[in-house]
Ligand binder design. Structure first.
Ligand SMILES: Cc1cc2nc3c(=O)[nH]c(=O)nc-3n(C[C@H](O)[C@H](O)[C@H](O)COP(=O)(O)OP(=O)(O)OC[C@H]3O[C@@H](n4cnc5c(N)ncnc54)[C@H](O)[C@@H]3O)c2cc1C
Length: 466
């Protein structure tokens, strides 16, 4: 299996972007400066341009728009129903329902937006299926199904028998599962680059190759300074994805881990044999999750959320390609789909994941309400970043409305342990979770120490898994 390995990945190559935009080389004034050209920053700019078409918005991107996780992810467009039990516990039933319904709308709205804007991001509404691959994982969705039933939305999360699961995708290791019908897949880089193109058409000024070295309150507003220029504005939005952990006030609010993906050559006959032709995106039920989907030309994209953590010293938001992890992803791909043995993997890549201790995104403000931020999507950011962008647009226009009242806005703060304890502890917990999940898949009971260490984060209020 010879694969091309780059950190950026196959999607960005396939999307064949228009040329990179020039960097900032002047001192500018604007109504809003957005730092970061991923989905969060670009949706923010999009919604500001809708709410206040006259506003002068400048977006500064360190590399090129979509170069980060927004152009490299698995392309699962998921709502947040699987977080319903955690949301109820944290925010109460009414707020939990408001957020999950908004997230479900975001899934559909992305498809509608692509259609209206003529952006061919391969949006396919095939649903999301979570399966069990070990007796220990059977029914791990039950708490979600129960919460949905109790809140009168049973249809959003429907348990499937083993036969029903295999009817959708016939992997020999699948057991029972559950389907969330409102979910889709996209070609993530096409979505990112489509957003960039539409923002330019709307008059948003975008500078690429423009890393912001300093974003600070200045006078009545903020100043974003790059190596060759600066932008002053009354408000700023920090949308730098995992790199946000380098921003001092937020440093202890998130952990950075990584995820890696591979994509096969077109294998339509394998998909036909598996009966996997409905466009479903699928995961197993592990905490260190395996996730996979198909593409319109019959490829399988297969990823694993079990990459290493980034130590504090390297909190720059990048994740170099980890060949050891990629080798494990390739091994797992064939375990899930034995018919792929000997088939070509065309590309492998990775990216950083911003993990919040609650596994829920967080939107808030710092610098005396002049800088607004979002982070913590924890590997589920494609749809939620559209909500965050909408919230950030309202906050930066000083509006208070329905979206700014969603419970992910300024939630009670949960901190992660400081470095170096965070990195060392995180790696020990990761090793224990890996061991526990391997044992579970082999039908063995993990030892007491492994269970104790793997369960430690939950006991101190830090959430692991869905
Ligand atoms: C391998 C992988 C698979 C994933 N799979 C899925 C999935 O299937 N479904 C899902 O929902 N989510 C998935 N995610 C998560 C999802 O991609 C993210 O949550 C989402 O893209 C976050 O968007 P963002 O705009 O907040 O951040 P980013 O995409 O990280 O964008 C931030 C941008 O800011 C720029 N930047 C950083 N620092 C600076 C600076 N100082 N100055 C200027 N610009 C700066 C970066 O270059 C980057 O372009 C995955 C992530 C990874 C890594």
């Amino acid at each position: 299996m010879a694969a091309e390995h780059t950190a950026r990945g196959w999607w960005l190559q396939e999307a064949e972007a228009a040329p990179e935009l020039p960097p900032l080389e002047e001192e500018l004034a604007a109504d809003l400066v957005v730092v970061g050209g991923g989905y969060t920053g670009m949706w923010t700019a999009w919604f500001v341009s809708e709410l206040e078409p006259e506003a002068r918005v400048v977006l500064l991107e360190a590399e090129r728009c979509g170069a980060g996780p927004s152009g490299r992810n698995g392309g699962f467009v998921n709502a947040m129903w699987f977080s319903l039990p955690a949301l109820r516990q944290r925010f109460g039933d009414a707020a939990a329902l408001r957020l999950t319904r908004t997230a479900e709308d975001a899934v559909r709205d992305i498809g509608r937006w692509c259609e209206e804007q003529g952006v061919d991001a391969w949006y396919q509404a095939g649903g999301y299926v979570q399966v069990s691959t070990a007796p220990a994982h059977d029914g791990s969705w039950q708490a979600v199904a129960d919460a949905c039933a109790e809140l009168g939305v049973a249809g959003v999360c429907r348990p499937l028998s083993e036969a029903e699961v295999r009817g959708r995708c016939g992997s020999p290791i699948f057991r029972a599962g559950v389907i969330y019908p409102v979910a889709a897949t996209v070609q993530p880089a096409r979505l990112a680059l489509g957003l960039r193109a539409r923002l330019e058409q709307r008059g948003v000024t975008i500078f690429e190759g423009s890393r912001v070295r300093r974003l600070a309150a200045s006078g009545q507003g903020v100043e974003a300074r790059t190596d060759r220029g600066s932008v002053r504005a009354p408000r700023g939005v920090l949308a730098t994805g995992p790199a946000i952990a380098g921003h001092r006030p937020l440093r202890q609010r998130l952990t950075i881990t990584s995820s890696h993906l591979v994509i096969t050559e077109p294998v339509p006959e394998v998909l036909a044999e598996l009966g996997w032709t409905g466009g479903e995106c699928i995961t197993d039920s592990r905490a260190l999750i395996h996730y996979f989907r198909t593409t319109p030309d019959g490829r399988i994209v297969f990823g694993w959320g079990g990459g290493r953590l980034a130590p504090g010293a390297r909190l720059n938001g990048r994740a170099e390609l980890d060949r050891g992890v990629v080798a494990e992803v390739e091994r797992q791909l064939v375990r899930f789909f034995p018919a792929l043995r000997g088939r070509r993997i065309e590309h492998a890549w990775g990216g950083p994941i911003d993990v919040s201790p609650t596994h829920l995104p967080v939107v808030g403000s710092v610098e005396g309400d002049r800088v607004h931020y979002a982070f913590g999507y924890t590997g589920n950011g494609v749809a939620p970043s559209r909500i965050a962008g909408r919230i950030l647009a309202s906050l930066s226009l000083d509006r208070r409305d329905e979206v700014t009242r969603l419970p992910i806005v300024e939630p009670p703060r949960v901190r992660v342990p400081p470095e170096p304890i965070r990195y060392a502890g995180g790696m020990i917990v990761r090793a224990a979770v890996l061991r526990r999940e391997r044992f579970e898949e082999e039908g063995r009971r993990p030892g007491r120490l492994t269970r104790a260490i793997a369960g430690l984060p939950e006991r101190i209020g830090i959430h692991l898994g869905r």
